[in-house]
Design a protein around this ligand. Structure first.
Ligand code: NAD
Length: 472
């Protein structure tokens, strides 16, 4: 029996166990609202109600059903990953296709499943206590425009593994690809377990729809991935929120760093998907005595330096409008940004634009999400660490450091208090790309869960048995 036949057999057996059907002919969710058109609804209320009806059935399903759904998602989406990534780049007009493929692949292959729900047991003379993660119910998940499909894939695997169903609020700017993906995942899940509407959304995502979802009584938990506005809105809802907000990751380089490797890592990390990832290096803070060498090496690795003060002003005024990133240039290529600023472009398209600026420059203090990397010189490590803390701004997001001095690395990691701290690597190592660790695209910053996975979306419960089950 080959793999495909085996998979079909497993799905058939699971479907039988759940009393559903393994054809997509009839909605089997038992709800009256999906009307035979699951996944995409006209109204928020109908979508949430259907996801809630689906949850009531899903919570009866065994863990192996959850695992089978996740395997099926991994298996079936793999074939469409390239098209999905290209469509996301085309629709949003942000980022680049090659890097989006890597991001989606990481989300699909490296997001942990049911195995992440680790059980803890305590035993003793008085008996046994189990701590286990059980589902919340319907999760209202908000996805950003910067990683639309990566977030949906990552959230689906984590949240379905934990036994929840999901209402997605996709970004209106990524509507078509998000709806297509939600419908595709819903269909895969249905074919695997016979339950419709494990994943739903509305046909017209809007700010109003997101507001309605946040206020809906059947939404048990909010998982919000986006900028400060939407995270704050969620925090005001009165519901429990896993809030994954904005960051401004500084990259600190001291005089003990392996400068060539640091330069290569910084260019790779800051240029990745045109700097759209919230974890990407947003500024470099470098100790003066290695600054020239670092900049020279960054140029070798494909960065284009602008040194003329008038041109730097032109670039700053183009990238930052009224104290915030110019939305029209978020996630655009270096060439397009140079053109928009009316600046000359080198013949070979650069990977990244770099500029040396003072510590309080708007390019340093603003989360730009563009391949424009400001560099600040400092006298020494202590000054660099103080500035890194200021630039990160207490957002508890991400920081990167290049150094061979272990006690300095420890000190910075300790004081930065970021959810992700990358030592001697590109920023994307922090989300398991080319490095150890699982992948997540929802890094819960203000609410403190950090790099989210299935267990983040499980309610931790205690189950006590008295007088027994200790065999020590
Ligand atoms: P955004 O805040 O504009 O949008 C995020 C989502 O919120 C979208 O679905 C949007 O439709 C919705 N939204 C925004 N304002 C709303 C409002 N007033 N009412 C209802 N819905 C609203 O963010 P974006 O530009 O798509 O993404 C970039 C931001 O997200 C950056 O700040 C980035 O750092 C952050 N981000 C954080 C993480 C993380 O894991 N911490 C991951 C990705 C992106």
């Amino acid at each position: 029996m080959n793999n495909n036949e085996l998979e079909t057999l497993i799905r058939h057996i699971l479907t039988e166990q759940l009393g559903g059907t393994d054809t997509a002919a009839e909605p089997a969710c038992g709800c009256t609202t999906c009307d035979g058109q699951p996944a995409l609804f006209d109204e928020v209320d109908a979508a949430v109600t259907a996801a809630h009806a689906a949850f009531l059935r899903y919570q009866e399903a065994p863990l192996k059903t959850r695992s089978a759904i996740i395997s099926a998602i991994r298996c079936e989406l793999a074939d469409t990953l390239v098209a999905l990534s290209e469509a996301a780049a085309d629709e949003t007009g942000m980022g680049n296709k090659a890097d989006k493929i890597l991001k989606n692949k990481a989300a699909l292959e490296n997001t942990p499943g049911v195995e992440d729900l680790v059980t803890t047991a305590l035993t003793g003379d008085e008996g046994m206590v189990l701590f286990e993660y059980s589902p919340y119910g319907v999760i209202g998940a908000v996805a950003p425009s910067t990683n639309p499909t990566e977030t949906i894939i990552n959230n689906c695997i984590s949240m379905l593994a934990a036994g929840n169903t999901i209402y997605f609020s996709p970004h209106p700017g990524a509507k078509h690809i998000s709806l297509k993906l939600v419908a595709q995942i819903e269909e895969i899940a249905f074919r695997t377990c016979g339950i419709h509407n494990l994943v739903v959304t509305v046909k017209e995502p809007s700010f109003e729809a997101t507001q309605q979802m946040m206020a809906h009584p059947k939404i048990a938990l909010l998982a919000i991935t986006g900028g400060p506005g939407i995270v704050t809105m969620g925090l005001k809802s009165g519901k429990k929120v896993v809030g994954a907000g904005a960051g401004n990751p500084p990259c600190l380089v001291d005089e003990t760093a392996e400068v060539v490797k640091a330069a290569q890592d910084i260019v790779s990390g800051a240029a990745f998907d045109y700097n759209l990832p919230c974890i990407a290096e947003k500024s470099v803070i470098v100790v003066d005595c290695v600054a020239d060498q670092l900049i020279q090496q960054m140029r070798e690795f494909g960065a284009y330096q602008i040194t003329d003060p008038a041109q730097i002003t032109q670039l700053r005024d183009t990238c930052i409008k009224k104290g915030a990133a110019n939305k029209a240039l978020v996630g655009k290529s270096p060439t397009l940004i140079l053109e928009a600023a009316g600046l000359p472009c080198p013949a070979k398209p650069p990977k990244l634009i770099i500029v040396e600026v003072p510590a309080d420059d708007a390019l340093v203090m603003t989360e730009q999400l563009m391949p424009v990397l400001p560099i600040v010189r400092v006298d020494n490590f202590e000054q660099g660490l103080a500035l890194s803390l200021k630039v990160e701004g207490g957002l508890h997001h991400t920081a990167i450091m290049h150094s061979q001095n272990v006690s300095r690395l420890n000190k910075a990691a300790h004081l930065m208090q970021t959810s992700i701290f990358v030592k001697n690597g590109p920023s994307y190592a922090g989300i398991g790309v080319g490095a150890e660790g699982f992948t997540t695209f929802t890094i819960a910053t203000p609410t403190g869960e950090g790099t989210t996975s299935a267990r983040t979306f499980g309610r931790l419960r205690r189950c006590v048995l008295t007088n027994g089950f200790s065999i020590r």
